[in-house]
Design a protein around this ligand. Structure first.
Ligand SMILES: Cc1cc2nc3c(=O)[nH]c(=O)nc-3n(C[C@H](O)[C@H](O)[C@H](O)COP(=O)(O)O)c2cc1C
Length: 189
């Protein structure tokens, strides 16, 4: 089970001081702002097992109006929480400078988090198969997750394995209300 703690959704709103204006034990210092994340992870891990619990974070810049004044400190503290909980993996959407789906406003924080969180780390955003292989060879990540390439390539794993060029997704049909964009991308010949 993956707990969504990224991209300006509820847990992310508690993590970052741009959105968390609480004055109780869930707001204020970093130690308080990671409390909800810790509690949710604990309950889910107790229910399904820590070895079946994953978490998604986005330590990049502002997203959906959610940002933090000291993201390096915050997200390293979050990584400590997840290390303590012994979760199965940490997945992060951390686009690079050329991000086509949101750009960071600071250098990547994943490397500092990786020194604290020693479980499997999965990175995401703007990777192609070659970039993914290079990132893993460099030790930046244990795996890379793909988003948009999956939309346009229903046979993505086979294409990657066989070196078949990838089709490009069409943003216009991301949220179309019919079949278009959902079931009409062909598999490779
Ligand atoms: C149509 C669409 C919808 C998405 N919806 C969500 C979402 O609900 N929650 C989320 O965390 N990320 C969402 N994302 C972001 C993806 O999970 C992923 O992080 C992003 O596409 C970057 O990876 P990519 O470069 O491999 O596509 C969405 C992306 C797309 C294209």
């Amino acid at each position: 089970m993956q707990i969504h703690a990224a991209n300006g959704y509820l847990i992310d709103e508690f993590l970052r001081d741009g959105t968390n204006h609480r004055t109780d034990e869930y707001g204020g210092p970093v130690e308080n702002r990671v409390r909800l994340l810790r509690e949710v992870v604990q309950v889910v891990a107790e229910t399904v097992g820590a070895d079946r619990t994953g978490v998604r974070l986005s330590p990049n810049g502002a997203i959906q109006g959610c940002n933090d004044s000291d993201p390096a400190r915050l997200f390293v503290a979050a990584a400590e929480v997840l290390q303590e909980a012994g979760i199965a993996y940490l997945e992060m959407r951390e686009p690079g400078e050329g991000g086509t789906f949101g750009k960071p406003d600071h250098p990547p924080i994943a490397p500092a988090m990786r020194r604290v969180f020693t479980g499997p780390m999965i990175l995401n955003s703007d990777y192609d198969p070659a970039g993914a292989a290079a990132a893993m060879a460099d030790g930046k990540a244990d795996a890379i997750a793909f988003g948009r390439p999956y939309i346009a390539n229903p046979d993505l794993p086979q294409r990657v394995a066989n070196g078949v060029p990838l089709a490009k997704d069409v943003a216009r049909t991301w949220y179309s209300q019919g079949q278009e964009g959902y079931v009409d991308y062909p598999v490779a010949a």
